[in-house]
Structure formats: C-alpha cells, structure tokens
Ligand binder design. Sequence first.
Ligand code: SF4
Length: 503
Amino acid sequence: MARADGHLTAVVDSADKGQDECGVFGVWAPGEEVAKLSYFGLYALQHRGTQSAGIAASTGEQILVFRDMGLVSQVFDENDLETLPGHMAIGHTRYSTTGAHAWENAQPTLGPTGYGSVALCHNGNLTNFDELQSLADERLDKHREVVAAHKQKPRRTRAHRDSSSDTSLITELLASSDADNLTDAALGLLPQIKGAFSLVFMDENTLYAARDRHGVRPLALGKIDRGWVVASETAALDIVGASFVREIQPGELIAIDEDGLRSHRFAQEQAARCVFEYVYLARPDSVINGKTVHSSRVEMGRRLAREHPVDADLVIATPDSGTPAAVGYAEESGIPFGQGLMKNAYVGRTFIQPSQTIRQLGIRLKLNPVKENIEGKRLVVVDDSIVRGNTQRALIRMLREAGAKEIHVRISAPPVKWPCFFGIDFATRAELIANGLDTQEICRSLGADSLGYISLDGMIEATTQNSSELCTACFSGDYRIPIPPQADLTDAELSGTSGTKDS
Ligand code: SF4
C-alpha cells in the first residue's frame, strides 16, 4: 500500500461547476493483466474524480490494495501495477468535498469478513448514513459481546471503519453481516441503503456490481475475450477493448466468477437517472441508457438556439464541456462556430503550491483567449451550466479585454437552484447565483450583454429519455428520490447533509 501526505492544491476555481463524484471500474479476466486494464479504465474515468485513485487486485488467495492522492497517472507507475497480480481487480477515481481530501478516504476500501475480505468502490451518496451507522455500531457491540464471552480475539474493531465515508460504512456493513458469503451479505444490505450508489466490489473470488433502485449514477457491463468488465461509463469499456453488453439495471446486483455471470434483483426499479450526467458530468463519448451524451449535448445547443436566438458573428464554447452544445447552437442558428478559448488541460490539479503571482492569474491559468478570433466580434458564448458564476464573470471580463464587441451567454441547462443529495457537490445553496437572482439580474452580475438558459423541457427532450425516469431536482426542486430526513431545503448545503460525501 502506498501512502502520501501531499496536499492537492486547486490553483483555479474548479468548484464553480457541479463536481462529480467518482469513477468505478472492475474486471474479472483470468490470464489478463487486470491491474493494467484497471489503470487504463480509470484513465478514461479521470474526469469523474481527480483527487485520489486506487486499485485492488485479487489472486484468489489474497487482495492487495494500492491507493494514493492524485491523478491516476500520478498514483501509479509500471512497478506499482506489477505489485498487483491476480485474475480480478477493481479501481476508483475520487472527487471529494473540501476538507475530506484525506488518504483514508481514498478507495478501494478493504474489510475483513468471516470468509476472507471485501474490497469496495463507490460512486454516489447515501441519504440514510446515520441509520446505517447505527446499524454498524449495533453489530460491532454485538460482536464484542460474543468475542468477550468466548474469550476470542475480535475480528472487527471500530478502527476497521478507517474513515467517516459512505464507502467505508458500506464495506463495514458487508463485512459484519452474519451471512456465509458476500452475495447473501449484499442482498441483505443493499435494500436497506437509500440514496445513490453504483458499487463495484469483490471478495477473493467473485466480482460484484450493484446499482441503486433509481439508477442515479451510470454503471455499464462489458465483455472482453477472457472475461467481463464493469465501469461507470461506456467510454471506459471502449478504452480496454470491451464490447458493451448492457447497463447494470437499477435495483440489480450482478456476480461474476468462474461459474459465469449471475443477476439478482434486490429492489424494484424506480428510475430517476441524473439528468446532469447528460449535461456535464459524463464524457461526451459515453452512452447512457441508449443515448450518446454527445448527441444530447448537441441537441441541447440546437434547442437553446431556437429558444434564445441572437444576432452575432461567432459562436464559441467554454471548453471542453460547452463544446458540443456550442456546435449545436451554431448549426441551428447558422452563426459560424470558432475557437475563442484555449484550455490548458489539468493545470488546475497540481501538487505544486502556486506562487501569489500565479494565483492572481485566476482563470487565465485555465483558459486563454484566441484574440484574433474575438477582437471586434459579437460573440455567443455557450456553456453547460452556471453554478456560482465566478468563472463566467472572469471569462466575460477576459473576453472584453481581448476585444469582444458584444457577449451573449447561452447555457445548455436551466438555472441550478436546488441542492443535490445524490453525489454532486455544487457549493452551498447560498452561493448559487440562481438562488435569489432572476435571469436579468444574473446577466448584469456576470457583465454579459444578454443571457439565455435552455428550458427544463428543452433539456429533458434533448436527452430523449422519459421525463418520469429522470432526476431533475437541482433544476426543478422536484425530488423523486427521498432526501435525508434531516435535510432543510431552505438553506441546506448542496451536498453531504448526511455523512461525508465521498464519491
Ligand atoms: S439533483 Fe441534479 S445533480 Fe443531483 S442527481 Fe438530481 S439531476 Fe443529478
């Protein structure tokens, strides 16, 4: 196991978008280099979490875990991957809220069971953390009584819950079950977990994947010659050469080992897939519930052009996530699409502490204007969402300094006004620019000449999904998934009202 105490430093305001969450990956493939397959799978999921990464591999006899803070490429080198032999592996990339950057919260987690061990990776956010924690405490107390009565060495202590995260708690609950095997332990526990979870976990011999009854976060199943792969997004199947088989269904647990693939249903499906995956979170080349994310975003741009037309000379995108919608806007409006901003990829994630001079550069560290495309032009600037507005305000100022004549901002999602309790970290509700300001006021606050958001119906229709099967709560306030019992929607923090959001 690796451990480091380096501090991640975000040198630009990366929290000005809804922050996803985590990426999970699993592979069962005897004869393959499973740690390397996991490494490349995690590389494709890097956008889902850049603060820590980890892989656990099983030889059939034992599970080894390697995890650390940083990007996948910073955490692992060839030698590290060589230390993870086996026929099966799971992996994780993590995003966490400020203050929860600790190594202890990096995944996969590992816990001892009565029949071996369990390693687990999680994407989502539980909404009944306190209830589950009480259950874990009850089990621990019972375990202590039993070992004391029999004068045995305890198999479990509170130290096994080595962090306050959702993931660690699920691992402990699986490990502390009285069931004889992990399948039964999971089938007993999963119906009791509320909120959003896409899980990939394993014991020494069997790989498991499970998705909450709402299917909030994506989870896909793929096939390679010698086995099976599961991943948060289909793009991670593509990168390891796996062919897409199907999604893990909401409320489904699958188990994969030498006896093949078995499917178990632990809850009735009540679909409420996160619409924000289509808007911003997922990779454009991924497919969710039969729809390519890229084509949804292009269609959002087309609809945005119809809903909010404007006379302009050039459509530009806030790279990269605004690009497909900008292309759609340009196609529909007939206004040419051009490159107005160059992105300095991954500059925002570094172990190097920036100097005060560098820090003051702010958005210029991340985006640089292409002056000759901007000077004297009336611009349509297309972005996927506005959360706090700080990035857009700085961007508009930069574009004006570069000589833009007019700036018309178009957003391919409706205003974000409500908390997400299901794994997306926006900021605090009070920080949301759309919480209290109307569109005109936001436009003035940003310093734009005009501002237009796509309608809720327009965004939903662009995904071609059944609206009754989507979660749109952060835009609409319509919570189809039960929220934590103690949540206060009037001034709630936008995540983590129940335990430590860790994925
Ligand atoms: S509240 Fe918003 S970000 Fe959260 S799951 Fe629902 S649609 Fe997705």
